[in-house]
Design a binder for this molecule. Structure first.
Ligand code: BG6
Ligand code: MG
Length: 216
C-alpha cells in the first residue's frame, strides 16, 4: 500500500511492556483458585478485557462464579496490576516506539491508540506519551472486547477515516483478528507463527520504518 493516513496502535505489548505485569497479576488470581495458568495461557488473554479474561481463567478451571464474585476478583487483579504499573516511567516505552512515532509525525501520518485497557490513560501519562495520540480509544469507551473490531472502528471514525486508510499495530491474536474483521491492514508485533493472521509480522518495534507499508 501507499503510506496510510493513520496508524492505530495497541498499547499493552506494542507501546509498553506491560504483558509480564498482566501475567503476574492473572497468575496470582489463578493460583488463589488453584487453576494452572501458564504464559501460553496468558497469550490467549492478550487484548481481551479484564472481565472476559477472568471468565476465561475460571472456564479453564471449570469453576463457576457469580457476576459479583467475578467483579470482586477482577478488582483484586487490577490492584495487583496497578501496583506494578504505578512504577512505570518513560523508560518502559518499548525500544523503537518513540522513533517510529516521530517518523509518522514527520510524514503527517496520524497516530491513534486502540487499546482494550481501562488503565490506558494512566499508563500513557506515566510513560510520557499522553500527548502523542491524536485520538485515543481505550477500554473505558467500548462495549465489545477484541476480537470485535469496535475499538479500531471507533478510532478510524474519530479521525474521519476509513479502515482502508489506517494500519493497526497489534501483539495479540485477538487484536489481529479485530483489525482484520474491521477491514484494516494489520502489522503483527511478535511471533509470526502466533500472529499468522496479520498482513505482516515484525519481531518488535526496534527497526521499523516506513518501508513496512510497501509490504502490506
Ligand atoms: C489489553 C491487555 O490491552 O487490556 C489485556 O492485552 C488486558 O491483557 C486488557 O486484560 C484490559 O486491561 P485493563 O488494564 O483494563 O485491565
Ligand atoms: Mg496488546
Amino acid at each position: 500500500m501507499t503510506l496510510p493516513k493513520a496508524c492505530i496502535f495497541d498499547l499493552d505489548g506494542v507501546i509498553v511492556d506491560t504483558v509480564p505485569a498482566h501475567y503476574v497479576a492473572w497468575k496470582a488470581m489463578a493460583d488463589e483458585l488453584n487453576i494452572p495458568f501458564s504464559e501460553t495461557d496468558n497469550e490467549q488473554l492478550k487484548g481481551v478485557s479484564r472481565t472476559e479474561s477472568m471468565k476465561r481463567i475460571l472456564a479453564m478451571g471449570g469453576i463457576e462464579k457469580s457476576n459479583i464474585e467475578i467483579e470482586e476478583m477482577t478488582t483484586k487483579k487490577n490492584y495487583i496490576y496497578v501496583d506494578i504499573i504505578s512504577k512505570m516511567t518513560p523508560e518502559d516505552v518499548l525500544p523503537g516506539v518513540v522513533r517510529f512515532l516521530d517518523l509518522l509525525d514527520q510524514n503527517h501520518i496520524q497516530i491513534a491508540l486502540g487499546s482494550s485497557s481501562k488503565n490506558a490513560p494512566t499508563i500513557l501519562k506515566a510513560v510520557g506519551l499522553a500527548d502523542r495520540f491524536k485520538v485515543s480509544v481505550d477500554g473505558n469507551q467500548i462495549s465489545h472486547s477484541k476480537p470485535h473490531p469496535e475499538v479500531f472502528l471507533l478510532g478510524a471514525d474519530r479521525m474521519g477515516l476509513n479502515p482502508s486508510e489506517c494500519v493497526v499495530f497489534e501483539d495479540a491474536i485477538s487484536g489481529v483478528q479485530a483489525a482484520k474483521r474491521g477491514n484494516f491492514k494489520c502489522v503483527g508485533v511478535g511471533d509470526p507463527q502466533v500472529l499468522n493472521e496479520a498482513d505482516l509480522v515484525v519481531p518488535d518495534m526496534k527497526n521499523i520504518d516506513l518501508t513496512i507499508f510497501e509490504n502490506i
